[in-house]
Structures are given as structure tokens and as C-alpha cells.
Design a protein around this ligand. Structure first.
Ligand code: MGD
Ligand code: MGD
Ligand code: SF4
Ligand code: MO
Length: 742
């Protein structure tokens, strides 16, 4: 192949929340190289090693290219018509005999990273009409969504550090050097952190492990896992006690300030120091530094959400930013303004309906509905427990809960008992092996991409869209069409529905809602586009920077954004309060009642002794949750699924570096796992760390590369009944375990 035949394509990486711009070289229908796109207005050429694996993913012989149907216990390839006919034949009678709640759906992490999935999931959910909706959100960020919803009135109004202008950044329970950020879209965190320090700023990391982010920070403190709420309450107590509270511009936009001082009195640093394992003097100094630094932000992420007091902790992070006049200020924690799809840019500005939870409850545990979902850790019991409303069928979409959720063995056994299961997935893996039908989506390179979610959490406002890099292979169905066909089956319109017509109808109804009497003209302006592409055009044009279908001729539309392969810069984050708010009061709710109640509950746990040994998770650069271990560029090399143990703990339990340890959970001790020990003084004594998403030794999966180094499944030893009661989020951090040499 000659050089001249190669073409260059640009695409946003769909693999994590950093959303880096990629430059791909395509030659004879194949991707020959992937590098960072230097002219990308958002990521400026930065990428991580995972991006390069997009090529492996595209070429992976194990990636499914045709639908599979299980016949006599074995998967066979079938046509799309046969696959959908099978779904219709088996799903509809279950709905008819047992009601809509008998069919559950689970949406996994990658469904947020594809426009065709995230924009069509609501259509499928509506067609199913079931209360049994589950997603990865309740093993991840639901606490942050709930606290943000209660404070600011919208589930996704989540402030992010304005890192390019901050002089102090305090990071709690996150490791953006490795994860590249979460609920904070910030490619090249390392470069931005370096720049922050170069201008005289400081970074403080607080974590049970001296993680890779701590390695580039100025200050680091160990914290006892699960104790963040106590630490943060200690900071608030200090702010009030030492008269450091300063609301600044926000003073006239808040409710509930009076309730705070008395509620935090009992959390003085001297009282909570032992509970978190941090000296009182350090806590007071941190409170003073946050209060006295003009541009500072406190950021908490996964480690602060996946714990019993996750919602309480998430609230306290934003409360502290507000009380130190760093919320909605340059250099503090700010609200991005996304060009499309952000609820906090739609409707009347400054006021709204707010959010609520508990419109229904899970049948077995009585867990409240949150953001339309039930806790993923309730799914197994909903399948196992007989009675009206029992889950008898399941649709999984881009999710692998058998590995990614606690006690996958129980969930797997439950999946086996289902009357019917269908998975929309790229692989035959630990979860989809239980399906009766697997419908494979296309490779990300074959699909138009717009990040629907992440510009809402981005360090800077930009807009980018990526056309498909490669043509779809013959016979490959695009995912939004798969979801519409499933929706048609679930709503009784049948598998052989005219998908284009159904799409017109549903989009027409969306347009009617936003454009009212102008909807015919709007549909006309959008004609020529279909599917997610049309929805992106609609959202861009109707959005805060949009051309409003001609009313703002300089505004954005899809065509303009497509014409700028490196994206369009929309400027640094700017203050948005009060316009961003959607609370019924039109104010920031500093002291929502459920959170004050949760604070009291925490007070009752102040003297809880530390368990002898607890486990926390960790992420690694060459791994992505449970599903990229089959890609050779990432999988090669040594075993990464090691158990980090502090040398004093190793001595206590008779473990040696490189040896094997048996780890068992307290709740389900029958399911011990074996892991390779790696001695490390980065661990807080009494805490061990194992990455999640491993354990690829399940029979029946088709993951040839991953099976070579299967690793140990951390989630096998976690307790699926442990949840944050407010958000339903699973407790994945600081879980008590026992350990012995194996
Ligand atoms: N112990 C512990 N457990 C954790 C975590 C932790 O820190 N500790 N982290 C949690 C977090 S934050 C998350 S987000 C969850 C993630 O958990 P899940 O939501 O289950 O996501 P993954 O494990 O990434 O599995 C993704 C699935 O999607 C499929 N897939 C990948 N790309 C596509 C695509 O383009 N189309 C379709 N249709 N399918 C696709 C993959 O084959 C795989 O089956 O794990 C959670 N589990
Ligand atoms: N390379 C790579 N990147 C990823 C992913 C991946 O699997 N691999 N997954 C993506 C996904 S889905 C997500 S949600 C994000 C998550 O991204 P982050 O939020 O950065 O999460 P982690 O990297 O898991 O870092 C969590 C930190 O919390 C610490 N921790 C554990 N328990 C506690 C606690 O009780 N208190 C405190 N203060 N700290 C605690 C852990 O030691 C760890 O350092 O990463 C995304 N990016
Ligand atoms: S950091 Fe995330 S978005 Fe950027 S290249 Fe890596 S996987 Fe892709
Ligand atoms: Mo996640």
C-alpha cells in the first residue's frame, strides 16, 4: 500500500470520560495508526495507551459480528431477522403473562460512551415500561448525582474543578493520573496538574493508598476507607468554629445556612481525627488553606461515592466549596455549559422542579427508586424471589455485572434461572454467556460519535463531533436500530417494524415537546438526517450556543461542528449561578433535610472501631473496568491484577512478595479468591488493594486473550447487600476481609 492511499480521520475516543481527540490513519479500509490529535481544541494531542487499543477492538476476532442465539445450550450464529424473531417469541409472552415489571433492563458503562446508545436507552426504557431498570450508576456515581440534584435541582448539575485557574486542588478518593478523571472530563490531568504547581499552586491528595496522583502532589494523607464524611464534617466544623465561612457572591443565592453550624458542632477535628486516621491539626490546616486560598477546589470521586455514606460525602464536597466561596467561581468548582443535551441549559433558567426519589421501591429490599433506577445490587434478589413482580427476563446493554458488581456468583446463578435474557454487547463474556440471544453492536470506529454526557463535566466548554471512521461492514446493524427494534417488540409493534418510521415518530414527538407550533418547520430543517445524528443536530441547534434554526445565524448546528474536525472552543468555564439552578426555591439548597438526617446517622457511628483489614479497589492505565482485557496491546506483559499489601500487614498474615494470598469477604466467606501479593508501602496499614473487573476464567465465555491471565475477581468477596441507603449505591470500598497465605 502506498503512502498516498492513506487517509486521516479524526475521532473522539469513546473509552473513558477524558474524551480525547484522536487522529487515525486509515489505509485500504484498515486503521494503521492512532495518535493524539494535536489540533483538538479540548485535548491538544493527549492520549493514553487505551486509545491505541481501539484498533485491537476493531480487529479482535472474539468481537461478535453476528447475532447469537442459544440452541440446546450452545450459541449459534443467526441472521438479524431470526434473532429479533426469537426475542419477540420469548419476551412478549413474559410481559403478557407476568406484567411489564417482569422484564428488567441493565445499562452498563459503555452505553454512556456511544450517542446511539445513550440517546436511545430512554426510548427502550419507555417502551419496556418496567420499574426494574438498573445501571452501572449504582455501582459508581449515583451518590454524586443525588447530592447535586438535592443542592442544585438537577441530577447532572455537578460542579468540576476549574483546574487551569485553581491554586489549590484537594483530591479525595480519586486517581485522575490513572483514570483520566471521572465526573470531570479532563484529558492530560498530569500536564494540567504540573502547570498548576508551576504557577505556585498546591495539590493535596487524601486516599488510603498513596496513589499515582499522590506521586505528583505536594501533600498526601492516608485516610481510613469510608471515613471521608467524618473528615469533611470536621472541615465544616472548623470553618464555622474559626469564623472562616465566606459565601461571597453566592450569599444571596443559598438556603439553609443557619441550619449548618449547629449540625456540625459535634464533628470538631479533635473528635473525628481517630475516626479518619488523620491528625486534628492537619484537618484544621486544610480547612484554613481552603478558606484562605482565593482560587481553590475540593474534588471527590469514586472512592468517596462507593461507600456507605456516599451521598453524605458527595454533598459535603460541594458544601465546603460553597462555604469557602469557591463554588461557581473561577479557579474553584464550576458548572460547565454544554452545547447540547444539558438539562441545566434547558427550560426556564434559575428555577425548576428539583429532584425527588422513591417514586417506587424495590420489591424485595424496599430500596427507593433514584433517578428512575433501582440499585444494581438488588437485581439478583429480584430475580430469585418468587411473587408478583418477580423479574423473569432481562435485557443487558453494554454491561458486565457478573464481574463488575458485588457477588457476581449470586447474580450469575440468578441469571441462569431467568426465563429469557437478551444482551446487546460486543462480546460473549462472563455476563452475556447467560443470555439466550446476543445482539452485537458495531465497532466504535463504525459509528458517528457525539459525547452526550461528558461536556457537562468538562474542564472547558468546547463542542466536537466525530463522523464514522470506517464504513460499517455488510450485515452489521447499528446500535440505535437494535434498540428501536427491541423497543418495538416491547411495545407490541413487532420485530419487523419500519425502524425509520418509528424513529421519525419518536423524534417528532421530542421536537413537538421543545418546538410546539414550530415543530413541523424544525422537523423539516432536520430532514436528511436520522437516528442519533438528527438528535445531535436538534440538541445543538436548540442548545445554549445553537443557531436556533436560523434565529441565531452565528450559532451552532451539526454541519458547522462537523466542519471543524478539531472541534470548536466555547471558552473557559464561567459563573452560572443563579441561571444554572433548577431547584424549586431558585436557590442552592445548602442543607437538604435527607442529608442533615444522614449527618446525624453518621454521628452515631463516630466511635466505630476500624476493622482489622479492609480492601479497596484500584484502576490501572492498561485496563478499563471489566472489558478491555482481551485486547493484546493492553493485555501483554506481567500480571497486573496484584494485591497490594503493606509490609507490616504481610508480616502479620505471613505473606510474601510474589506469593499467593487467599482473600475472603466477611459476608460471603465461601467465595474466597486467590491473588498474587505485591508488597507496597503505598498502602495504609490495615488496607489492601486489588483492581476490579478481573476473573476471566468463567466457563462459556469467548475471551481468548483475557483467559490467559484471568486475574482475581475483587467483587466476588464484596457484600452485595451493603449500600448507601440514600442513593442505593453499592459499597465497594473499605469492605472488611480476611486474608491468609495460600
Ligand atoms: N469492586 C469494584 N467494582 C467496580 C468498580 C470499582 O471501582 N470497584 N467500578 C465500578 C464502575 S465505576 C463502573 S462504571 C462499573 C462498570 O461496569 P459495567 O457497566 O458492567 O461495565 P464494564 O465492566 O466496563 O463492561 C462493559 C460491557 O459492555 C460491553 N461493551 C463494550 N463496548 C461496547 C459497545 O460499544 N457496545 C455494546 N453494546 N457493548 C459494549 C463489554 O463487552 C462489556 O460486556 O464497574 C464498577 N465495578
Ligand atoms: N485506566 C482506566 N481508566 C478508567 C477506568 C479504568 O478502569 N481504567 N474506569 C473509568 C471509570 S468507569 C471511572 S468511574 C473512573 C473512576 O476514576 P476515579 O474516580 O479516579 O477512581 P479510581 O481511579 O478508582 O480511584 C479511586 C481512589 O479512591 C481511593 N479510595 C478507595 N476507598 C476510599 C475511601 O474510602 N476514601 C478515599 N478518600 N479514597 C478511597 C482508591 O485508593 C483510589 O486511589 O475511571 C475511569 N477511567
Ligand atoms: S484518556 Fe480516555 S479518552 Fe483519552 S485516550 Fe485514554 S481512554 Fe481514550
Ligand atoms: Mo465508572
Amino acid at each position: 500500500m502506498t503512502e498516498a492511499a492513506a487517509t486521516i480521520a479524526h475521532r473522539i475516543c469513546p473509552l473513558c470520560e477524558a474524551c480525547c481527540g484522536l487522529e487515525l490513519t486509515v489505509s485500504a479500509g484498515r486503521v494503521t495508526s492512532i495518535r493524539g490529535h494535536e489540533d483538538d481544541v479540548f485535548s491538544h494531542g493527549y492520549i493514553c495507551p487505551k486509545a491505541v487499543a481501539l484498533k485491537d477492538l476493531h480487529d479482535d476476532p472474539d468481537r461478535l459480528r453476528a447475532p447469537l442465539v442459544k440452541r440446546d445450550g450452545k450459541f449459534v450464529e443467526v441472521s438479524w431477522e431470526e434473532a429479533f424473531a426469537e426475542v419477540e417469541r420469548r419476551l412478549v409472552p413474559i410481559q403478557q403473562q407476568h406484567g411489564r415489571d417482569a422484564v428488567a433492563a441493565m445499562f452498563g458503562n459503555p452505553s454512556v460512551h456511544k450517542a446511539g446508545l445513550i440517546l436511545y436507552v430512554p426510548r427502550l426504557a419507555r417502551a419496556l415500561g418496567t420499574r426494574n431498570l438498573y445501571s452501572a450508576s449504582t455501582i459508581d456515581q449515583m451518590p454524586k448525582q443525588l447530592s447535586s440534584g438535592l443542592m442544585f435541582g438537577e441530577w447532572l448539575s455537578i460542579p468540576v474543578p476549574d483546574i487551569e485557574r485553581a491554586d489549590l486542588l484537594v483530591i479525595l478518593g480519586a486517581n485522575p493520573v490513572v483514570s483520566n478523571g471521572s465526573l470531570w472530563t479532563v484529558p492530560d490531568f498530569r500536564g494540567k496538574a504540573k502547570a498548576l504547581r508551576a504557577r505556585g499552586g498546591r495539590i493535596v491528595v487524601i486516599d488510603p493508598r498513596r496513589n499515582e496522583t499522590a506521586d505528583i502532589a505536594d501533600e498526601f494523607h492516608f485516610i481510613r476507607p469510608g471515613a471521608d464524611a467524618f473528615l469533611l464534617a470536621g472541615l465544616v466544623a472548623t470553618l464555622f468554629e474559626e469564623n472562616l465561612v465566606l459565601l461571597g457572591r453566592l450569599a444571596e443565592h443559598v438556603n439553609g445556612l443557619e441550619a449548618l453550624a449547629p449540625a456540625f458542632k459535634q464533628f470538631a477535628p479533635e473528635r473525628i481525627a481517630a475516626r479518619c486516621g488523620i491528625d486534628a491539626a492537619v484537618i484544621r490546616d486544610l480547612a484554613r488553606a481552603l478558606a484562605r486560598t482565593e482560587r481553590a477546589a475540593l474534588y471527590g470521586r469514586l472512592g468517596t461515592c462507593t461507600q456507605e455514606f456516599g451521598t453524605l460525602t458527595s454533598w459535603l464536597v460541594d458544601l465546603i466549596n460553597a462555604l469557602t466561596r469557591h463554588l461557581d467561581e473561577p479557579g474553584g468548582a464550576m458548572f460547565p455549559r454544554a452545547a447540547a443535551f444539558a438539562k441545566n441549559t434547558l427550560g426556564a433558567p434559575g428555577k425548576g422542579r428539583g429532584i425527588g426519589t422513591g417514586r417506587h421501591k424495590s420489591r424485595v429490599s424496599g430500596a427507593p427508586e433514584v433517578f428512575g433506577e433501582l440499585p444494581l445490587t438488588c437485581l439478583a434478589e429480584e430475580i430469585e424471589t418468587p411473587g408478583a413482580g418477580q423479574v423473569r427476563a432481562l435485557i443487558t446493554l453494554a454491561g458486565n455485572p457478573v464481574l463488575s458488581a458485588p457477588n457476581g456468583a449470586r447474580l450469575g446463578a440468578a441469571l441462569e434461572k431467568l426465563d429469557f435474557m437478551v444482551s446487546v454487547d460486543l462480546y460473549l463474556n462472563e455476563t452475556t454467556r447467560f443470555a439466550d440471544v446476543i445482539l452485537p453492536g458495531c465497532s466504535p470506529l463504525e459509528d458517528l460519535h457525539y459525547d452526550v454526557a461528558f461536556p457537562q463535566f468538562a474542564y472547558r466548554n468546547t463542542v466536537r463531533v466525530s463522523p464514522a471512521v470506517l464504513p460499517r461492514r455488510a450485515g452489521q446493524m447499528v446500535e440505535w436500530e437494535i434498540l428501536l427494534r427491541l423497543a418495538a417488540i416491547a411495545s407490541g409493534r413487532g420485530a419487523d417494524v419500519d425502524v425509520a418510521q418509528l424513529d421519525d415518530e419518536l423524534t417528532g414527538a421530542d421536537v413537538q415537546r421543545v418546538a410546539g407550533e414550530h415543530s413541523a418547520a424544525v422537523m423539516q430543517a432536520l430532514s436528511g438526517r436520522r437516528g442519533p445524528e438528527r438528535l445531535v443536530d436538534l440538541a445543538l441547534r436548540a442548545g445554549p450556543f445553537g443557531d436556533r434554526f436560523g434565529l441565531q445565524p452565528d450559532g451552532l448546528n451539526l454541519q458547522k461542528v462537523l466542519a471543524a474536525p478539531g472541534g470548536i472552543d466555547l471558552g473557559a468555564l464561567a459563573p452560572r449561578v443563579p441561571e444554572v439552578l433548577r431547584t424549586p426555591s431558585g436557590r442552592i439548597e445548602l442543607a437538604p433535610a435527607p442529608l442533615l438526617a444522614e449527618l446525624s446517622r453518621a454521628a452515631g457511628r463516630l466511635d466505630e472501631p476500624a476493622p482489622d483489614l479492609v480492601v479497596v479497589g484500584r484502576r490501572q492505565v492498561r485496563s478499563n473496568n471489566s472489558w478491555m482485557h482481551n485486547l493484546p496491546t493492553l493485555a501483554k506483559g506481567r500480571n497486573r491484577c496484584t494485591l497490594l499489601v503493606h509490609p507490616t500487614d504481610a508480616k502479620r498474615f505471613g505473606l510474601i512478595d510474589g506469593g499467593r494470598a487467599r482473600v475472603a469477604g466477611k459476608a460471603n466467606s465461601a467465595q474466597a479468591i486467590l491473588a498474587q501479593v505485591e508488597l507496597s508501602d503505598t498502602m495504609m496499614p490495615g488496607v489492601i488493594s486489588l483492581p476490579h473487573g478481573w476473573g476471566h476464567d468463567a466457563p462459556g465465555a469467548r475471551l481468548g486473550v483475557a483467559a490467559v491471565q484471568p486475574g482475581a475477581n475483587l467483587n466476588a468477596v464484596l457484600d452485595e447487600t451493603a449500600r448507601d441507603p440514600l442513593s442505593g449505591n453499592a459499597v465497594l470500598s473499605g469492605v472488611a476481609v480476611s486474608i491468609s497465605a495460600a
